[in-house]
Design a binder for this molecule. Structure first.
Ligand SMILES: *Cc1c(COP(=O)(O)O)cnc(C)c1O
Length: 361
C-alpha cells in the first residue's frame, strides 16, 4: 500500500508512522488467522483479551509505570476527564488547585468548578498563554493540584514537575505523553486523549494511583468512577477495541526505535531545528517564550494575517499540511509528534527560508 507523500503537521488527530499503518492494513481483514478483523471481535473474547493485556503491559514497560498505578483504556476523550477528575478526587466540600496555562486547563478548571471550589494556582492568560508561570499560589485544603503538561494550542510545555509538596498531582498529558520518560510515581493521575501522540481518536488512557480510587461523589456516574473502572479492568462497558490495538502497534514501533528515552532525544532535536530557524528569521515570530517552548507544538506568525494565509496555502501546495494555527491564536502551528520524521521539519524549514527570500525580508 502506498499514498501520496505529505508531511502532516496536524495537532490531532495527527500523523502515525507509516509502518504502523502498513501493519494495521495488512491485518485488517484477518487478524492472526482468526478470520476476523480486530474491529469485529468481542471485547470479551480471549483473542482480544490478549491484545488488551499486551497493550497494557507494553505501555507499563514504556513508561515504567509502578505496580501502585493502574492503566485504564476508556472512551470519552480528554474532555470527559475534565468532569471525571473532580467527581472522583475533589471530595466534599471539595477544593482543588488548577494551573491555568492554556485552553484545555481553562476548560478543565471551569468544569471542576461545577463540583467544588477551584483555586487558580497560576494563570498565564495575561500574556496570551505564552509562558509557564514560575510562581504557584496553592490553597491549604486542595485535594489535588491539576496542570496540563503541554499546551497544544499555544505551544508551551512544562519543563519541570511542579513542586506542590505532598499534594496529589493530576496531569493532562494528551499532547506529550510517550514523547519522553515520566516519573509516574510522582503522579496521582495522568491522562491523555490518544489522538495526539498515541493512536486514533476514541481512546483515552488513564494512569492512576490505585490508592486514589473509591472517593467519588455519590453523583459520579458508574462509567466515570475510577474505582469501578479499575475493578472492571476498563470493561464496565465496551472499550475502544480498535484504538487499543492501534496503540499496541504504536508501542511496538516506539520500542523498535529505542523507547521514550530515544524519543526524547529525537523530539528535542526536531524542535530545536525549527526554533533555531525561528530565532534566526527576520519574518517569523515564535509565540512561546524561550524557556516555555513546547517540543510538540511549535507556534509562530509573521505579524500579517495575509502573509500567514499565503504561507499556509503555499505550504499545503507542497505537501506540508495542516500548518494553520488554532482559531484562538491564529498564525501557524507545526505539531511535531512522535511520528514526524526529521525530514518533515527540514522540508518545512526549507520552505520557510524560501518564503522569506520571496517576501524580501
Ligand atoms: C486535544 C486535547 C484535549 C481534548 O481532547 P479530547 O480528546 O478532544 O477531549 C485536552 N487536553 C489537551 C492537552 C489536548 O491537546
Amino acid at each position: 500500500m502506498s499514498r501520496e507523500k505529505v508531511y502532516n503537521f496536524s495537532a490531532g488527530p495527527s500523523m502515525m508512522p507509516e509502518s504502523v499503518l502498513q501493519k494495521a492494513g495488512a491485518e485488517i481483514m484477518d487478524y492472526k488467522g482468526s478470520g476476523m478483523s480486530v474491529m469485529e471481535m468481542s471485547h470479551r473474547s480471549s483473542i482480544f483479551a490478549d491484545i488488551f493485556s499486551e497493550t497494557k503491559a507494553k505501555l507499563r514497560r514504556a513508561l515504567k509505570v509502578p505496580d501502585s498505578h493502574e492503566i485504564l483504556f476508556l472512551q470519552g476523550g480528554a474532555t470527559l476527564q475534565f468532569a471525571a477528575i473532580p467527581m472522583n478526587l475533589m471530595g466534599k466540600p471539595g477544593c482543588a488547585d488548577y494551573a491555568v496555562t492554556g485552553n484545555f486547563s481553562t476548560l478543565a478548571a471551569k468544569e471542576a468548578a461545577k463540583y467544588g471550589r477551584v483555586n487558580i494556582a497560576c494563570d498565564s492568560s495575561d500574556k496570551g498563554h505564552s509562558y509557564i508561570p514560575k510562581e504557584l499560589s496553592l490553597s491549604e485544603d486542595a485535594s489535588y493540584f491539576y496542570y496540563c503538561a503541554n499546551n497544544t494550542i499555544y505551544g508551551t510545555e512544562w519543563k519541570h514537575i511542579p513542586d506542590v509538596g505532598d499534594r496529589t498531582l493530576v496531569c493532562d498529558m494528551s499532547s506529550n505523553i510517550i514523547s519522553k520518560p515520566v516519573d509516574v510515581a510522582k503522579y496521582g493521575l495522568i491522562y491523555a486523549g490518544a489522538q495526539k501522540n498515541m493512536a486514533p481518536a476514541g481512546l483515552t488512557v488513564i494512569i492512576i494511583d490505585k490508592a486514589l480510587a473509591g472517593r467519588e461523589l455519590p453523583i459520579c456516574p458508574s462509567v466515570m468512577s475510577y474505582a469501578t473502572l479499575i475493578e472492571k479492568d476498563s470493561m464496565l462497558n465496551t472499550p475502544p477495541c480498535w484504538c487499543i490495538y492501534m496503540l499496541v502497534l504504536m508501542l511496538d514501533w516506539l520500542e523498535s526505535i529505542g523507547g521514550v528515552e530515544e524519543m526524547e532525544k529525537l523530539k528535542s532535536y526536531r524542535a530545536k531545528l525549527l526554533y533555531d530557524q525561528l530565532d534566526e528569521s527576520r519574518l517569523f515570530i515564535p509565540h512561546a517564550q524561550p524557556d516555555s517552548r513546547s517540543d510538540m507544538n511549535v507556534t509562530f506568525r509573521t505579524g500579517s494575517d495575509e502573509l500567514d494565509a499565503r504561507f499556509i496555502k503555499g505550504a499545503s501546495e507542497r505537501g506540508l499540511l495542516n500548518l494553520k494555527g488554532h482559531r484562538l491564536t491564529g498564525g501557524m502551528r507545526a505539531s511535531l509528534y512522535n511520528a514526524m520524521p526529521v525530514e518533515g521539519v527540514e522540508a518545512l524549514i526549507d520552505y520557510m527560508k524560501e518564503f522569506e527570500v520571496r517576501h524580501n525580508v
